[in-house]
Design a protein around this ligand. Structure first.
Ligand SMILES: [Zn+2]
Length: 288
């Protein structure tokens, strides 16, 4: 089991992140929850992001971690003084088990509506990985998620004072979606971005750029990299926290307060890293 998870982690993360020290062990490693900015909180594990956006009208949770981490995420939410039962919406980034495996349990605990792109909803609803996915051989099924609804690209999810916009960023998976909103602290409003994975990856024996089941993967990911690059972006949390240097920024929180998380170039850097990775994958796959 452990080896399977480790292999899966290497596959899902890709070489760059794996060599940066992230791995499946971190998926479940404990991490105290913390305020990122204003009403936005990090409630994920050390290795997989989950973000809570709070309001008096109820809360919105983005991503649920792997299935074994749902209790931990729920505990983090309570630790911050919020009720899991007050989550009205759970938004999904992408339909891989390390980010969405815990959504079924968190949906049950909260009764929330689960919102995702049409391609993601199909996987969440059935629990079965998408065969078109270039990582399909390494993907694990998940508990089927109840109470799902598909959103459109650009759709704004509203809840009381909250407004979170779906930005489809497919390519890593057909359903991958990033989410944007604004948070306010001390009179300053920041553009918040939860960027989904935009890295090109394929399982051994599969091709990312020449995948007959998902021929648009390359065009999709190029478009998604441009989308993320062009976002209004002051505070970025990526689906894998180390992908946007979250821990380096967190280390400065004691000194700088929540300003530590503000980096106006964060999305451009994240997009540039994805571009470099894509070029490497395309070059490797072009070799005979
Ligand atoms: Zn993934």
């Amino acid at each position: 089991m452990k080896n399977t998870i480790r292999l899966a982690a290497a596959l899902l993360l890709g070489g760059a992140s794996a060599s940066a020290g992230a791995g499946a062990a971190d998926w479940y490693a404990s991490q105290d929850p913390f305020a990122v900015y204003g009403n936005t909180y990090y409630v994920g594990t050390r290795g997989i992001s989950a973000v809570l956006i709070t309001s008096p009208a109820g809360h919105i949770l983005i991503d649920g971690g792997p299935s074994g981490a749902s209790a931990q995420i729920a505990a983090h939410i309570r630790q911050l003084g919020f009720k899991v039962e007050d989550i009205r919406y759970i938004l999904s980034g992408h339909e891989h088990f390390d980010h969405a495996g815990g959504i079924a349990a968190l949906q049950k605990m909260s009764g929330a509506v689960v919102l995702a792109s049409p391609a993601s909803v199909e996987v969440l609803r059935t629990g079965q990985p998408d065969k078109r996915d270039a990582q399909y051989p390494g993907l694990q099924p998940m508990d089927p998620v109840a109470n799902t609804r598909a959103v459109r690209d650009g759709e704004v999810v509203k809840l009381g004072p909250l407004a979170v916009t779906a930005r489809f960023t497919p390519g890593h998976t057909p359903g991958a979606t990033s989410w944007t909103w604004q948070s306010n602290e001390g009179g300053k409003t920041m553009h918040m971005v939860y960027a989904d994975s935009i890295n090109a990856l394929a399982a051994d024996g599969r091709s990312f750029s020449r995948n007959p089941l998902y021929p648009n993967a390359r065009a999709d990911i190029e478009h998604s990299i441009s989308t993320v690059k062009g976002l209004d972006c002051d505070v970025l949390v990526s689906a894998h926290p180390e992908g946007s240097d979250l821990w380096e920024r967190k280390a400065k929180q004691a000194e700088l307060g929540d300003a530590a998380f503000v980096d106006h170039d964060a999305c451009r850097k994240y997009a540039a890293n994805a571009r470099t990775r894509l070029e490497g994958v395309l070059a490797a796959e072009a070799r005979p």
